[in-house]
Design a protein. Structure first.
Length: 419
């Protein structure tokens, strides 16, 4: 294993090349083993540097454009971006500049540009830290910003962008009866921890007292409110946070997901927490059975998770969203056939786009005469009345709870089936 600050920076530049040059998501790069050769602390540092650079990319590029006659090759540009973000966030200039010069200097392809890297970053070190906080909050790319403004208005989107730039604290869902000796309890019952460090080193992790889950992502299972002994289907279960909530409530849970690889995390967490569920790898559209309650967290654009996944707006361009919207409709229709009469289904997506939330429910209702929206189910602790939507769902946005550190964007609706 390699273990140096330079190795973490070199890996961060590689990840930026993949995200910004190849359109790959960070999660895809990590699953492919991009950081496997690093020691754990450097792995964490490389990820942190990558995320911070993506969040500050607009500011970094604005500072750099004054010192570059033309845009250099992507790897060199990303080294300059990373160095700029580090310098503007207070890292020691000599360490940052020397590291970037060494990384580019050792490159066969770009080694001749180490002098440029040295000269530009020394100028950034002199002027960047003062200029950085005066610059505007980085904006979403137009392909996403424009539809969000159309849906929620310019002021709301500015609030979302502030939440994205700030990043996300760590939210934990406590196992029933467990106490978490750190962090702040949120109005909805999740516990928020800032500057958490290594998750597996936190108290209560090894003993399975809690699991990591954004406060917004914890609400669908609370709204479904499973009862002991009920047969419950978690239809797109990985990575398993909602499965754990359903199992902790005493339900007989089937955790279904198409990805065996992603289900491995769910299995690990079930074992760590001492909870049980029937874990099945399979296609949700082909699944059969009859259930008292179903939680469908449908595959979506994940645009509600940008505060923790700032790579998404750069790796994607929205071109695949139409296929996802169609898939959501098919999944909801099939899930309805698996629900017993008198049962209830919670549909949710971690999306900010109405087409993946409000519109899905508006379009489903006329096709299913036995489907009714259950507005009362949404009134769980911490949910504010102005989060409820016209068609009877719940809209969560990153600009909500600005004083508490925001939340992921989500849409949630509870649907009852006539007996």
């Amino acid at each position: 294993m390699t273990n140096t600050p330079t190795a973490a920076r070199r890996s961060a530049i590689y990840l930026l090349d993949q995200i910004l040059g190849e359109g790959r998501l960070l999660s895809e790069c990590l699953a492919a083993g991009a950081l496997d050769r690093l020691a754990p602390e450097d792995r964490a540092r490389a990820q942190r540097l990558t995320l911070e650079t993506l969040r500050g990319l607009e500011r970094a590029d604005r500072l750099l454009e004054g010192h570059l006659r033309r845009t250099p090759a992507l790897t060199v540009q990303n080294a300059l971006r990373l160095g700029t973000v580090e310098l503007c966030q207070g890292e020691a200039a000599h360490g940052v500049v020397n590291a970037m010069v060494e990384i580019i200097g050792r490159s066969r392809k770009h080694g001749r540009l180490k002098g440029l890297v040295n000269a530009v970053l020394r100028k950034i070190a002199a002027e960047g830290p003062e200029a950085w906080p005066k610059m505007r909050v980085p904006r979403l790319p137009d392909w996403l910003r424009e539809p969000l403004i159309a849906a929620w208005g310019a002021d709301a989107v500015k609030g979302m962008e502030q939440a994205h730039f700030a990043g996300a604290p760590l939210d934990l869902t406590p196992k029933p009866g467990a106490t978490i000796p750190m962090g702040t309890e949120l109005p909805t019952g999740s516990v928020r921890v800032t500057d958490a460090g290594q998750v597996s080193a936190l108290p209560g992790y090894a003993s399975g007292d809690w699991w990591v889950q954004d406060a917004a992502a914890a609400l669908p299972a609370r709204i479904l409110a499973p009862r002991p002994g009920e047969r419950v289907l978690d239809m797109c279960a990985a990575p398993g946070g909602k499965t754990l909530q359903l199992a902790a409530a005493g339900a007989e849970v089937t955790a279904l997901d198409i990805s065996e690889g992603r289900l491995a995390r769910a299995r690990e967490n079930l074992e760590r927490t001492g909870l049980s569920a029937h874990v099945v790898a399979g296609d949700a559209l082909e699944h059969q059975g009859q259930y008292d309650a179903i939680l469908l967290d449908a595959p979506c654009s994940a645009t509600g998770t940008i505060r923790r996944h700032p790579d998404l707006p750069f790796a994607k361009d929205g071109s695949e969203f139409g296929g996802l919207i169609a898939l959501q409709g098919r999944m909801l229709a099939h899930a309805w056939t698996l629900l017993k009469p008198g049962g209830r289904l919670v549909y949710c997506t971690c999306s900010l786009l109405p087409d993946e939330g409000e519109v899905q429910i508006e379009e489903a209702l006329p096709h299913h005469p036995d489907m009714q929206v259950d507005r009362a189910a949404l009134q769980v602790p911490g949910v504010q009345p102005d989060w409820l939507t016209e068609e009877g769902g719940l809209r969560l946005r990153p600009d909500y709870w600005p004083d508490l550190g925001g939340m992921d964007g989500f849409y949630i609706a509870c649907l009852n089936k006539s007996a």
